[in-house]
Design a protein around this ligand. Structure first.
Ligand SMILES: Cc1cc2nc3c(=O)[nH]c(=O)nc-3n(C[C@H](O)[C@H](O)[C@H](O)COP(=O)(O)O)c2cc1C
Length: 183
């Protein structure tokens, strides 16, 4: 006879992304690489329940779509009008807005990023940071932008290297914030 136990995975750092054509997912993986082996990378579809248990630092990112953070309505409009010059969009991730709305209140730190074309007005990272802050994850850094060359990508040369460096800087910042002052 055996008893069934629920396994709770304790992860300290989670990088969460919504990505339709893969650019934001690639940046998320590069940021996690810069943060180090403790960072786990998950889509908004996977970043639920136990995945966030024990997480003290969330880095979240999404593409800028229609000048802002994607909502379910934006995703639906892309379902009707997919980007013609690329592979079909992955529409399986909940929008970043929906994911943030469902995030339960905790205490920790946060950072946010967006992928975008360079000249566009608007953005997503500011709204993501505000959503994380509302859930109790205090922003550690200003929102970061990563640039794509065409409407649906690919990323501009050098952006993944910049993402790794930003991840490393975030890891340092979170270590400083969590350090207990000694007398
Ligand atoms: C329908 C549509 C609307 C977009 N709107 C914007 C926008 O307002 N501002 C911007 O900077 N980029 C915009 N983009 C570019 C996306 O932000 C960019 O392709 C992003 O990297 C896609 O990320 P993903 O591959 O992770 O889905 C738009 C792209 C599409 C297809």
């Amino acid at each position: 006879m055996y008893s069934r136990t629920r396994t709770v995975v304790i992860v300290q750092v989670v990088v969460v992304y919504q990505s339709l054509w893969g650019n934001t997912a690639a940046v998320a993986r590069a940021i996690a690489e810069g943060i180090g082996p403790d960072a786990r990378v998950v889509s908004t579809a996977e970043a639920t329940g136990d995945v966030l248990t024990g997480t003290r630092f969330i880095v979240a990112g999404a593409p800028v779509l229609g000048f802002r953070m994607p909502s379910d309505r934006t995703v639906e409009s892309i379902r009707l009008n997919p980007c013609s010059a690329s592979r079909p969009p992955d529409l399986s991730h909940p929008s970043m807005r929906t994911w943030l709305d469902g995030l339960s209140a905790k205490s920790g730190y946060s950072a946010a990023f967006e992928t975008r074309i360079w000249w566009s007005p608007g953005g997503a990272a500011g709204a993501i940071l505000r959503g994380l802050d509302r859930a109790g994850y205090r922003p550690l850094a200003k929102g970061q932008r990563f640039i794509v060359k065409g409407k649906c990508g690919p990323l501009r040369e050098g952006e993944l290297e910049r993402a790794v460096q930003w991840g490393t800087a975030l890891a340092e910042a979170v270590k400083r914030s969590m350090a207990v002052p000694t007398r």
